[in-house]
Design a protein around this ligand. Structure first.
Ligand code: ADP
Ligand code: MG
Length: 412
């Protein structure tokens, strides 16, 4: 990675603004999954050990520029105190003079948390004044919010133009793992792309086709490919307007000598219900009233075999409606096959991560990405604004920076 990290800084006594991704699910005031909070702990702990004064900032939900009690970070503050075993000072009004007093009174190794940055309309507009206000609270900025790095917001991008910014450990790890997969993968390199819609992931598929040896397609988006190849898909979820694009992807894969795998059989049902009557059918035999809701057993076998000899696997998007047990078999079969791979296995995408966790296999993957949208944009080969704005490593020039895409992280 060609950006400075917290390791490149002497932080003792400095006020460090750390943008984290504490956008956790909360139900009735209780955090239901604290993965994202725990993912930020290495950076927070390191900064405390180095004697920094740590000021944390995050968004939570979509309060649309005004204070909304439901999106307060207070429950996160309480939980963080438990995880750290340490008091975390609370800054309810980051823009009031008191905020500066609280930060300035922090001792070395002490921590404070700002209320939700999206309570301000300037956050998502990347307002310069708001970025300056955040910057006034700190000497240095650390971006550890990989999950928000594809957004150019005041606390993810703007602030790094006011005070120097570097990457935290989580950010560094995400960029290194994803970057290495794109630029120097051990081969065979297999990508598995699934999920609901092909429109979300066309650019990812296009970019990955230039990198991978094999591309496996499943989930709802496979229906659009099947339609493009002239199959009948009944009442399945489909984006008919993209059928031609999907067909084009199949042709370009063939032309470039890449293997592109599509379902040969599917699990169908007449209704979108777990207890509907399920049928296994070949992709040439889907009936008018049926919906394809999972890949079939023969497809699962073919996909597992294709995954088995891979040295790098990148998986984004479930193979079926895995939320319903009746249509989870394909996703689970693929999850088991990926878990058994001897090599690098990377899972990205919120639902894919949930599926792997549901299957109890998360620990057997090499990397579970914390950023859904950010990882997709990275895999499209796009620059992430939250990363671009950070300080280049010494020797890096602006020219180099212009080329910071997945591919350029090779030197990391
Ligand atoms: P991720 O969050 O991993 O990127 P997506 O959000 O793209 O994945 O897609 C996940 C969703 O796709 C799940 O809610 C799943 O139920 C749905 N899905 C998968 N296969 C199908 C299908 N055949 N028909 C309808 N929905 C599907
Ligand atoms: Mg999703």
């Amino acid at each position: 990675m060609n950006k400075k990290t917290v390791r490149d800084l002497a932080v003792k006594g400095l006020r460090i603004l750390v943008r984290v991704d504490f956008n956790v699910p909360i139900a009735n005031g209780a955090i239901t999954d604290d993965t994202r909070i725990r993912a930020a702990l290495p950076t927070i702990r390191y900064l405390r050990e180095q004697g920094a004064r740590v000021l944390l900032a995050s968004h939570l939900g979509r309060p649309k520029g005004k204070p909304v009690a439901e999106f307060s970070l207070r429950p996160v503050r309480d939980h963080l105190e438990t995880l750290l075993g340490e008091r975390v000072a609370w800054i309810e009004q980051p823009l009031e003079a008191e905020a500066e007093q609280v930060v300035n009174s922090l001792g070395e190794g002490q921590v404070a948390l700002l209320e939700n940055v999206r309570f301000y309309p300037g956050e998502e507009k990347n307002d310069t004044e708001l970025a300056r206000a955040f910057a006034r609270l700190a000497d240095v900025y650390v971006n550890d919010a990989f999950g928000a790095a594809h957004r150019a917001h005041a606390s993810t991008e703007g602030v790094a133009h006011v005070i120097p910014g570097v990457a935290g450990f989580l950010m560094e790890r995400e960029l290194k793992v994803l970057g290495a997969a794109l630029s120097a993968p051990k081969r065979p390199f297999t990508a598995i792309i699934g999920g609901a819609k092909v429109s979300d992931k066309i650019k990812v598929i296009e970019h990955l086709l230039t990198k991978v040896d094999r591309l496996i397609i499943g989930g709802g988006m496979a229906n659009t490919f099947l339609l493009g190849l002239g199959k009948k898909i009944g009442r399945s979820l489909v984006e008919a307007d993209l059928a031609e694009v999907a067909k084009g992807l199949v042709e370009s894969a063939k032309a470039s000598g890449k293997e592109l795998l599509l379902p040969v059989d599917v699990m169908t049902a007449p209704e979108f219900k777990n207890d509907a009557s399920v049928r296994i059918v070949g992709v040439n035999d889907i009936a008018d009233g049926e919906m394809a809701l999972d890949i079939g057993p023969e497809t699962s076998r073919l996909y597992a075999a294709a995954i088995a000899d891979s040295r790098t696997v990148l998986w984004n998007g479930p193979m079926g409606v895995f939320e319903m047990p009746a249509f989870a078999a394909g996703t689970n079969a693929v999850a088991r096959a990926v878990a058994a791979v001897r090599g690098t296995t990377i899972i990205g995408g919120g639902d894919s991560v949930a599926a792997v966790e549901q299957a109890g296999l998360a620990k057997r993957m090499s990397h579970i990405s914390t950023g859904g949208g950010a990882s997709l944009e990275f895999l499209e080969g796009r620059k992430l604004p939250g990363v671009e704005a950070l300080q280049p490593l010494d020797g890096g020039t602006d020219d180099d920076e212009d080329k910071v895409t997945g591919g350029q992280l090779e030197n990391a």
